[in-house]
Design a protein around this ligand. Structure first.
Ligand SMILES: [Mg+2]
Length: 381
């Protein structure tokens, strides 16, 4: 079996797909969405296609090593996202070739269903804000029985903020706890917007509502600074959606700068690398909470790893992760879990008529230009 063609599709904002077809007629799908950088990854996939066409799709590790180590320059978001999507497509082909779900080729499932968490929060304390939040909570509980949710403080955070801004977020966090009760877990994504000192201050203000974790309390570049925060906060800290490969996670793991890791299967190196990162983390008793804020193919690929690693805690799921009209059958969430995928490969059938239509240019998908109103300087999105 040889790779015959590599095609790319751009059906939705934050959903860019690669389809690899073999000379035996089997096709595999991967997701190459790099949020906010649509054209760069398209070019990278086109370059890599020159290597892949004519190759045996089943030699996944060999191809991963070649792409990562060849041509001297390694890593980076663009190359790793291209490689991640291709890696997913090759695992899809492998599963379909052998007639088993991909997780069966990764050592076999260690669980019968996969816990997911949804995005929900009280975004505003106005009557309209509370009504909208209540409506979405009721919908998610009714539809999926979720047992964990994640929200953000949102907004723009300067080096420090007055009590009113911190208190407003704290009030929303405690109200969320009041609404869901003690059996549901609540997490908060600080989106890497705060300084270490401010992040610690805010974390101490919300500790009484017992968060599941705070994600990216500070930006990702400085692991020592993250460890300082984690050491001063009395609940788990998570990070990793912007880290790539085992080498990118190594320092966080070795310094134990976070409790939970959030590699993204479309950025960190695909299914191949996500499993290896999880295995490294296991040695330090860290769990993985794989990041997935893009489309349903990446979500499906992530679940194949979630199925096989013991130190998995919960899978991030945004609404379009379940299918977004691209899948013939959407994933179904019951009691906050999705049943173990059973179809060969990554476990879905794509509606190609939908996938082949490009709907937008997506240049503003990560917020576009973002400045503080107070002085016009650059803010973190
Ligand atoms: Mg995040």
């Amino acid at each position: 079996m040889k790779i015959a063609t590599i095609e790319q599709f751009f059906p939705l904002p934050r959903v860019r797909l690669v389809k690899i077809t073999t000379d035996s007629g089997i096709s595999g799908w991967g997701e190459t969405t790099l949020e906010g950088k649509p054209q760069s990854v398209v070019a990278a996939v086109d370059e890599l296609a020159q290597y892949f066409v004519g190759k045996d799709p089943l030699r996944i590790e060999h191809h991963w090593q070649h792409v990562y180590r060849s041509a001297f320059f390694r890593g980076g978001n663009v190359l790793m996202t291209a490689l991640s999507g291709i890696d997913q497509a090759l695992w899809d082909i492998s599963g379909k070739h052998y007639g088993v779900p991909t997780h069966a080729l990764l050592g076999g499932a260690v669980r019968d269903r996969i816990r997911v968490y949804a995005h929900w929060g009280i975004g505003s304390l106005t009557d309209e804000g509370k009504a909208a939040a209540r409506q979405r909570l009721d919908m998610l509980l009714k539809k999926g029985g979720y047992t964990a949710f994640k929200a953000g403080p949102g907004g723009k955070w300067r080096g420090h903020e007055p009590p009113s801004m911190i208190d407003e977020f704290v009030e929303r966090a405690y109200l969320m706890r009041e609404w869901v009760g003690p059996d549901v877990e609540l997490a908060f994504d600080f989106h890497g917007k705060m300084t270490p000192a401010l992040a610690v201050e805010v974390c101490h203000e919300i500790k009484g509502m017992r968060p599941m974790f705070v994600e990216e309390p500070i930006p990702q570049e400085n692991v020592d600074a993250l460890k300082q925060v984690a050491d001063k906060v009395p609940f788990p800290i998570a990070t990793g959606e912007r880290l790539l490969t085992r080498w990118g996670f190594r320092e966080v793991i070795e310094k134990q700068a976070a409790a939970y890791l959030q590699p993204d299967t479309s950025h960190a190196g695909g299914i191949t690398e996500l499993k290896k990162i999880a295995n490294m983390a296991e040695v330090y008793y860290m769990h993985i909470l794989p990041h997935c804020a893009i489309g349903p193919v990446a979500f499906s690929a992530s679940m194949q790893v979630d199925a096989v690693v013991p130190n998995f805690l919960a899978q991030e799921q945004i609404d379009q992760g379940l299918g977004a009209g691209l899948f013939v059958d959407d994933w179904v969430v019951r009691d906050g879990h999705i049943d173990l995928p059973t179809k060969p490969g990554l476990g879905f059938d794509i509606d190609e008529k939908v996938a082949q239509v490009t709907r937008d240019e997506y240049s503003e998908e990560l917020g576009g230009e973002y400045f503080y109103e107070t002085d016009g300087s650059v803010a973190d999105w």
